[in-house]
Design a protein around this ligand. Structure first.
Ligand SMILES: Nc1nc2c(ncn2[C@@H]2O[C@H](COP(=O)(O)OP(=O)(O)OP(=O)(O)O)[C@@H](O)[C@H]2O)c(=O)[nH]1
Length: 307
């Protein structure tokens, strides 16, 4: 075997080494973080059980390819308005998560950075490599417009890479994954490929209701809301699920329930449809709102609700 044979063998080894690591997706509301994750995961479920996981952080989704396992971790929303115990805990978690992952994706829309973007940017350190993901590139008519923007961004933060994508149209997502891969450590996969759906259904049902509340009710309420599965019965292919949505104060009830119960109905319908898709069978879902005064300030209550 010649030296050059050896070199090329080494090269093949490095190229095919399996990589596996954690990624956090951050950005101000509405830039398309969830859409991006859902499209990377191929519309598979973007949540997994927090109980059965072996990584330190709560996982949102796993994407496994031939040579890489991408573990997307949750960074609970950064809140400044209401600093109760829960929110303080969440803020601490987000900054901690952002120093512990292997790569951070900072997502923006193709326009100059605004105040809300800068608030998120202020949470980042230059420790894990941070990729600037310019989402919604499909909305940009002339690609040349991106250049002056990129020069601006470069001055604001030492991004390691800049990748334009369209999450909604699944454009350039392969390039993004390829860029992320560069920064993941070489190690074997932590999860089996089918792990994503092999989770506790009670937990997943609660997550789906929580997700709908986040989506359908304004910005302020969700941090004062917890979701408790009171009963979960399986009868043949039918699941009967009874869910209490817990709020802090009576005054928060109308926000959730909406005019003549419209909001609550929408939350339940959309959550039920997702559950049926996920569980592959019919779901009977009953939801109601319960007031538990001061729950967000009571650390013991938080623990009992799984925070
Ligand atoms: N045109 C276009 N719209 C997009 C794209 N990605 C996301 N959107 C839209 O942008 C809106 C916000 O997307 P989300 O994925 O909910 O944004 P998010 O950052 O997760 O928002 P929060 O949950 O509020 O933090 C939705 O209406 C998406 O359909 C894209 O690539 N192109």
């Amino acid at each position: 075997m010649t030296d050059s044979d050896l070199d090329s063998n080494l090269e093949i080894d490095t190229l095919s080494a399996f990589k596996c690591g954690t990624i956090a997706i951050v950005g101000r509301p509405n830039v398309g973080k969830s859409t991006l994750l859902n499209h990377i995961l191929g519309m598979k479920l973007a949540i997994t059980s927090r109980k059965a996981q072996t990584t330190r952080h709560r996982l949102l989704g796993i994407h496994t390819t031939e040579d890489t396992q991408f573990l997307f971790v949750d960074t609970p929303g950064f809140q400044q308005k209401h600093l109760n115990t829960l929110n303080k805990g969440l803020n601490k978690t987000v900054t901690q998560v952002l120093t512990e992952v292997d790569v951070v994706l900072f997502v923006i829309e193709p326009m100059k950075l605004g105040e809300a973007d800068r608030k998120v940017l202020a949470l980042l350190s230059d420790k894990p490599p941070t990729i600037l993901v310019v989402n919604k590139s499909d909305l940009m008519g002339d690609k040349g417009n991106l250049l002056p923007l990129i020069q601006d961004f470069d001055l604001e933060f030492p991004f390691t890479d800049i990748v334009p994508v369209s999450a909604k149209k699944s454009l350039n997502l392969d390039e993004l994954l390829h860029t992320i891969r560069k920064y993941l450590p070489e190690q074997a996969a932590i999860y089996a490929e089918d792990e994503l759906t092999d989770k506790n259904e009670r937990f997943l049902a609660a997550e789906l209701v929580r997700e709908k509340i986040f989506r359908l009710v304004g910005d302020e309420l969700p941090y004062a809301v917890a979701v408790e599965i009171e009963k979960f019965e399986v009868v043949g292919n039918l699941r009967r699920i009874f869910v209490a949505i817990i709020v802090d104060k009576d005054s928060q009830k109308p926000m959730l329930i909406g005019k003549s119960g419209e909001k609550m109905k929408q939350i339940s319908t959309e959550a039920r449809q997702d559950m049926e898709k996920l569980f592959g069978g019919k779901v009977y879902l009953e939801t109601w709102v319960k007031v538990k005064g001061g729950w967000a300030d009571d650390e013991r209550a938080l623990k009992s609700l799984g925070y």
